[in-house]
Design a protein around this ligand. Structure first.
Ligand code: HEC
Length: 216
């Protein structure tokens, strides 16, 4: 009899111990910041930049498809004044229109910079219209050259202000005729790069993502 009670007691204590451990783990994981969670699960930086890139691209495409395009055409029908009387235009602040997808992307990256120092992202190009898209660091220059040649993502480590970053540059290609037409006829483009005319499918620039990592 005594033996049986002792056995039940031991089992109960064992169950309580497991329950305490589970609760502790849940609190430990739930309370950590995103960096700690990433480190704990061990997602490699190559994966993290891929995730970020997927979200950035998805948002830009969704904005183009579901906002910019709907200003011109609604449910297959062209409307002279669009769905609302506005258009996506570079001078949107002056004309009362909405930003171009590339401008929306830059505005997003500026907001992100106000909210986090964890990572940064930007559009860059050898043939930039906006000066903030000029490849600046040595890494960006080399990466941009490579991506122009290969049309494949380029990754590596770079150091900026004493901090090591895992950086990835993803090609941004002329997926639509509109990309080519607008850039090739843009006054800044014509003035700066009179000999450069983009073609459909060509690399026009790239999305750079910089992820701070601990020095190894
Ligand atoms: C209606 C004109 C227009 C269209 C269409 C357009 N762009 Fe742009 N693009 C611009 C302007 C203007 C900028 C500079 C935006 C800024 O001030 O941030 C820009 C910026 C960029 C940049 C960053 C380098 C730079 O020139 O400053 C890349 C890369 C780019 N566009 C690629 C594309 C791709 C790819 C497409 C098609 C999917 C596209 N653009 C469609 C006008 C356009």
């Amino acid at each position: 009899m005594n033996h049986l009670i002792r056995k039940i007691k031991t089992q109960t204590i064992g169950l309580i111990a497991i329950a305490v451990m589970v609760t502790f783990t849940a609190i430990a994981c739930g309370g950590g910041s995103s960096t700690q969670t990433t480190a704990a699960v061990g997602i490699p930086p190559e994966k993290v930049v891929d995730y970020i890139h997927t979200v950035l691209l998805a948002d830009r495409t969704a904005y183009t498809k579901h906002v910019v395009n709907r200003l011109k055409t609604l449910e297959g029908k062209e409307k002279p004044n669009g769905v609302i009387d506005a258009e996506a235009t570079e001078g949107w602040q002056e004309t009362g229109g909405v930003p171009l997808p590339a401008q929306m992307f830059r505005l997003g990256s500026e907001v992100a910079l106000e909210n986090t120092t964890e990572f940064t992202y930007n559009l860059i190009s050898t043939w930039y219209i906006n000066d903030s898209h000029n490849p600046k660091s040595e890494f960006e220059k080399v990466a941009m050259e490579e991506v122009n040649k290969t049309a494949e993502p380029y990754t590596g480590y770079q150091e900026i202000g004493g901090q090591t970053y895992f950086s990835a540059l993803y090609p941004d290609k002329a997926v639509a005729e509109a990309c080519v037409t607008c850039h090739n006829t843009h006054p800044v483009h014509l003035e700066r790069y009179p000999d450069k005319q983009f073609e459909l499918g060509e690399v026009m620039g790239g999305i750079i993502i910089n992820l701070p990592v601990d020095k190894t």
